[in-house]
Design a protein around this ligand. Structure first.
Ligand SMILES: [Zn+2]
Ligand SMILES: [Zn+2]
Length: 311
């Protein structure tokens, strides 16, 4: 049995309970938490995401990623508050249970939590969208991004942090590479600066695998909801994620290398000609004043549609 590397540095001989193949690091449970938070701190610094003087709004869904992010940022001494959007998914009480998980977390951390109700703000919920269109899953993403940005500004935050992990980033990178989606490849970076009416967006967990995050959430006993959205039918992402998992299995460290080398070596080349790859210019929606690719923007059109449809 391997011994914990960090215990060894302190002159102890504790057996390791966790092995991180990508980092070739055997650790005891306690030192896993130390490693996790140190690595998070290094990620935040390496990408210049934010400082301790800034207030951060963490988009929390109730899942392991966003709750881990909220916990680890707070443990590191960052001022991180939560934002939960109640999407109105009543199937399996999903939204209700998610909300409870997030509330339990806020209490545990003694941090402010903002809860907003999509129905009362926008006039429709995700199940309403599902009744209208088969593209509701990608629309849900678009609406959430729009709304998150708007709420951050309204609530006075300059930085929004989301729980996207290395598995998300590496598998979407693979998908976008296979389709040569240049527009996406030119701007895929874990920090998007404040510009054109967008607040700064950061992905502090971009160097952590889903497995590492789950381990952290379990050791810390975070009250996360393990069920995924019951409405999700998106078959493409798991496909690329499965391929990445297989590659990782055969050659540990592949996900991290694939993603970080892309950021270091390829992104600067794509970014140089970013303007050429954009399909549509960014405008300002004349109805809501938010940045958009059309005016009225997609969300304003949806609002209009649902308002017209009656209750
Ligand atoms: Zn140890
Ligand atoms: Zn609009």
């Amino acid at each position: 049995m391997a011994r914990c590397r960090l215990c060894r540095n302190e002159g102890q001989r504790t057996p390791a309970e966790i092995y991180l193949p990508a980092h070739r690091l055997p650790l005891c449970r306690e030192h896993f938490l130390v490693w996790f938070e140190r690595y998070l701190e290094r990620t935040i610094k390496a990408f210049r995401m934010f400082s301790r003087k800034e207030k951060i709004l963490v988009a929390v869904s109730g899942g392991k990623d966003s709750l881990t992010l909220w916990q680890a940022l707070t443990s590191l001494g960052y001022e991180a508050d939560g934002l939960f959007i109640y999407l109105g998914i009543e199937e399996d009480s999903f939204s209700l249970l998610s909300r409870r998980a997030v509330e339990a977390m806020a209490e545990r951390l003694s941090r402010p939590l903002h809860i907003v109700d999509m129905k009362s703000e926008l006039g429709f919920t995700i199940p309403d969208l599902k009744k209208k269109t088969r593209k509701y899953c990608s629309l849900c993403g678009t609406v959430k991004r729009y709304y998150l940005n708007l709420l951050a500004k309204r609530l006075g935050y300059k930085v929004v942090a989301t729980g996207h992990n290395l598995d998300d980033e590496a598998s979407s990178l693979l998908g976008n590479l296979l389709n040569w989606n240049l527009k996406y490849l030119a701007k895929k970076y874990p920090v998007l600066p404040e510009e054109h009416g967008f607040v700064r967006k950061v992905k502090p967990l971009c160097r952590f695998t889903a497995r590492e995050i789950r381990t952290y959430a379990e050791i810390r006993k975070l009250p996360y909801l393990s069920e995924s959205c019951p409405l999700s039918e998106d078959a493409t992402r798991p496909f690329y994620a499965d391929i990445m998992d297989e590659l990782e299995e055969k050659a540990p460290g592949t996900k991290l290398r694939f993603y970080l080398d892309y950021l270091r070596k390829a992104l600067p080349l794509f970014a140089e000609r970013k303007e050429e790859f954009l399909e549509r210019e960014l405008l300002t929606c004349e109805t809501c004043g938010e940045p958009a690719v059309s005016s009225p923007c997609l969300v304003c059109r949806l609002k209009e549609e649902f308002a017209g449809a009656g209750p």
